[in-house]
Ligand binder design. Structure first.
Ligand code: IPD
Length: 292
């Protein structure tokens, strides 16, 4: 791993990550994700439309993305006013504690627009420079799927759990070790040229695996790896807010989460899978790179 790469177990400079701090961050992530998850379901306006677009005409923003992010910012800064925030809709706000909240107010916005039940709120506490690929890592996080009332959560060294019906259940990746028996989740970017390349990679890998799933939420894809609902996940083009909470949840559930060629997971690639299959999938994807 090069000096610009931060992997699990390597801490960039930052606050002392005591057990007490990690628990506080995990609990706050759970509470904030739950509040925003309830909000986006309960307050969804009738006839929700597209408010704005970003990188392409299909990279959409709704009024609920904006309001959910505002709620998350109020909730997190209300509890820890000195923390920084990097959010999908409103960008970066500086802090003083060395903790940055990386938040996706609705991951799976296109699903949300169409009322396809696969979207979530993702909240992670990270250390390092969250705006620079390879220079940060998550230390605690939570992902709320408001339609199933499940909250996936984890903190460094604490294991990964799904909270549902008031009960916490430990989750674990699948032990698969044969590529042809590996169920792989993936996703696509919003730019046509990127998608064309992603389609080529998909065409190459499809005959070599069990099957492909495209749910439409990277954060839920990482939770699916963590709970063994798929065996692996890869995608290129993710932003930190798509990845941050799912990275710590999947890692704590036993997954290896990496980029290609010993890089940290990030925009160039994210590959998440149990240790039995991560190496084979990674080698195959490295041979097919670039993935976007
Ligand atoms: C998107 C989703 C999708 C993934 C895209 C992301 P958004 O996030 O996670 O599954 O394939 O790469 O941008 O736009 O819904 O927050």
């Amino acid at each position: 791993m090069g000096p610009d790469v931060v992997g699990p177990g390597q801490a960039p400079p930052g606050p002392a990550l005591t057990e007490q701090l990690l628990r506080e961050l995990e609990e706050l992530a759970v509470a904030a994700a739950r509040a925003a998850g309830r909000f986006i379901v309960a307050e969804r306006p009738r006839g929700l439309g597209v408010l704005d677009t970003k990188s392409s005409v299909n990279d959409i923003v709704t009024v609920m993305d904006q309001q959910s992010e505002a709620l998350l910012r109020r909730h997190l800064l209300g509890a820890r006013p000195g923390d920084a925030i990097l959010g999908e809709e409103d960008g970066a706000t500086d802090g003083t504690t060395g903790i940055t909240w990386v938040i996706d107010p609705i991951d799976g916005t296109v699903n949300y627009l169409y009322e396809i039940p696969a979207y979530c709120v993702s909240v992670a506490a990270v250390v390092g420079d969250a705006a620079t690929a390879g220079q940060w890592r998550p230390v605690a996080g939570a992902i709320c799927n408001p339609l199933t009332s499940e909250i996936f959560h984890a903190r460094l060294g604490g294991g990964a759990y799904v909270l549902a019906g008031g009960e916490d259940t430990a989750i674990r990746v699948n032990p698969v070790d044969v590529l042809l028996q590996t169920m792989v989740a993936t996703g696509f970017g919003y730019l046509p040229a990127v998608r064309a390349r992603q389609g080529e990679v998909l065409t190459a890998i499809l005959p070599e695996i069990r099957d492909i799933r495209r749910a439409g939420s990277a954060a839920l894809d990482l939770c699916a790896v963590a709970r063994g609902m798929v065996d692996a996940y890869y995608e290129a083009g993710l932003n930190p807010w798509d990845l941050a909470a799912g990275w710590v949840i999947a890692t704590e559930a036993g997954a290896v989460v990496s980029g290609l060629n010993s890089m940290a997971p990030g925009e160039a690639a994210v590959v998440a899978a149990g240790p039995g299959i991560h190496g084979s999938l990674l080698s195959r994807l490295e041979a097919l790179a670039p993935l976007r």
